[in-house]
Ligand binder design. Sequence first.
Ligand code: CTP
Length: 394
Amino acid sequence: MSATVREVVLGVGAGIAAYKSCELLRRLQDRGYAVTVVPTPSSLNFVGSATWEALSGRPVNTQVWDNVHDVAHVSLAQKADFFLIAPATADLIARITAGRADDLLTNLVLATEAPLLIVPAMHPAMWLDPATVENVRTLRSRGYVVMEPEVGRLTGTDSGQGRFPETSAIIEKFDSITGNIRDLVGKRILISGGGTREAIDPVRFIGNRSSGKQACALATAALLRGADVHLVAANMSTQALAGATITEVESALDMQRVLMQEFPQCDVLVMCAAVADAKPVMKFTEKIKKTFLTSIELEPNPDILAELAQIKKGQLMIGFAAETSDHLESARAKLVAKGLDAIYVNDVSNGAIFGKETTQGMILSRTGADIALKEVSKDALAHLLLDYAAGQLG
Ligand code: CTP
């Protein structure tokens, strides 16, 4: 299991296509990468630091003289797992080829040993100029991957080879370099998400704070990696999930029924849903008048995971635990009691995690390769759990 979230440096050159890299940044984040943007100083004429800082959630520097105490050209170069330079102008390509170090980005390129993908975009005459042709040939001979720009209409009226490739094509190329390829093709991943609602009467229910964001992140990540995804969604938004089979459920019993039916066919179950542990003994068909609403008698719901563990035949089972105290001990006990292969435990005291874009906690597994995660995106957690699953599935 990879020990940390994968770090990417997104270098941005001074081409009009810089604005398209905003979308590229988003897609990288969707795939669970933590991205630091390093624009060249002149690229800020096209997209400014404020945009990059807002989108990446990280500070943006262009020179080695910014935040000197961090020695970013060394620390960032060492921290990065991958470099993606998009768009790369003729000038930036020439500077990298010559080994120049006249801004932070070119310093980083010299100082890093991480794999590097360069995505050129420029006027066709500049792309075909013998100097650029020679520079690109040199970079490729040094092991850098330089994409071919696309042929088509440019910003002005000219056309030819020089267009910035489609984001999807860049991501596909990037995946082939990072090894984050479709490693779950043919695997059936069953995910539960959201929070169950236990009806009191037609209007009221007992529910919980789960938003379903983590289950969405898991489903998206599994789809990206080529899996067949079935999401059993309890009271959550599933709008952004084209490509997954979705079964909407309301209560714990609904969820149990669907999961019991689907579990035998799956390779991996990720039980992300917050299942209500108890339900009202009586479900009234008419709205209860407030004068009678003084107490609600409850009875336990089935422990779905524990029941699925009884019928398990080689499926990998990953659970979640939201705790407010004694996190690790409770989660370890649940790992064993529920027959799980791994569990992600997070501290939800003081309203943390629920509804947020980030999470922090710990992945505990039967094999003992535990991973502590400090403030990572839910997408990043999804990919880490799927890395674990892919590793176990072989
Ligand atoms: N879970 C389940 N069925 C339940 C309750 C929980 O399958 N009735 C699953 C959850 O989806 C989660 C894991 O069990 O993956 C742990 O859930 P959690 O609520 O932390 O544990 P509980 O068993 O409910 O224990 P407690 O509420 O006492 O901490």
